[in-house]
Design a protein around this ligand. Sequence first.
Ligand SMILES: C[S@@+](CC[C@H](N)C(=O)[O-])C[C@H]1O[C@@H](n2cnc3c(N)ncnc32)[C@H](O)[C@@H]1O
Length: 271
Amino acid sequence: MPAPDLDPNAIAAIVEYVYQRYGIVVPPERKEAFSAELGRIQIGAKLGSMAELASRLRQGGSGGLELQLAEAASVNHTSFCREPDVLSYFEEEVLKKMNPSRTHRIWSAAASSGEEAYTIAMMASQHFGPQVARQVVAILGTDINRSCVDQAAGGYYSAARVSGVPADWRQLYFQSEGHRHRISESLRNMCLFRRLNLKLKPWPFQAQFDVIFCRNVLYYFDVPQQTDLAQRLYRQLKVGGWLFTSVTEGIRDLGTKFVPVRPGIYRKESP
Ligand SMILES: C[S@@+](CC[C@H](N)C(=O)[O-])C[C@H]1O[C@@H](n2cnc3c(N)ncnc32)[C@H](O)[C@@H]1O
């Protein structure tokens, strides 16, 4: 069995590859953990050296290694009902003002394991009722991490994960299955999950969105990548549409046409 080799040049080459391919900057404090993950990938793939892993990735065509690399590079921390102030603005000023006779496309652009998308679905169900909510909102959740996307689609969460959901919502929108809790079918039917690299150009969308949640992912990227992503998000929104970032991720200084509304909340007011 090959031993993991922590050749710094090969690791630096993979860190650069991760930046070019996913836009993710591996920060110094994560380098050690990331290198250990790379070691595991190298051993798992029975590659003789880290340089061989770097070269396989550069050659492309190795989907399995790509998926593992994306998982190693991404930090997937998320939770239900995260950043309640932003969510309550969304509820009062956006969701409750939606026209119930048309479908509004909502994109959770770094969905991780689906908690953000399902939180939006719960809010819509609360306001419109489960039947109407399905016609009023269609939620797409995307992420680069395949395991996260699969978990989101399955809709299973541990008791610890659902502990942040209000008790009445837990009753209404989750079924207990042993130690796990599954999001109800009506909410799963409102959400679709797909693997998507935000750096992919062009994105494979047929239509623009009414609302985009792109929270807690911009900090992965450096300023040129953030600017590029913010401009592309702008183009992907309808005029009058909304962008929600995290309150700690300002895009004001990136020179886009987004109009800042509140910390973490932006509007597209012109084409
Ligand atoms: C910290 S989580 C944020 C989840 C959720 N939006 C929230 O605020 O709770 C960041 C997510 O961004 C994803 N991500 C990082 N780089 C990405 C890229 N280039 N394309 C798509 N997703 C990416 C990670 O896999 C991770 O699941």
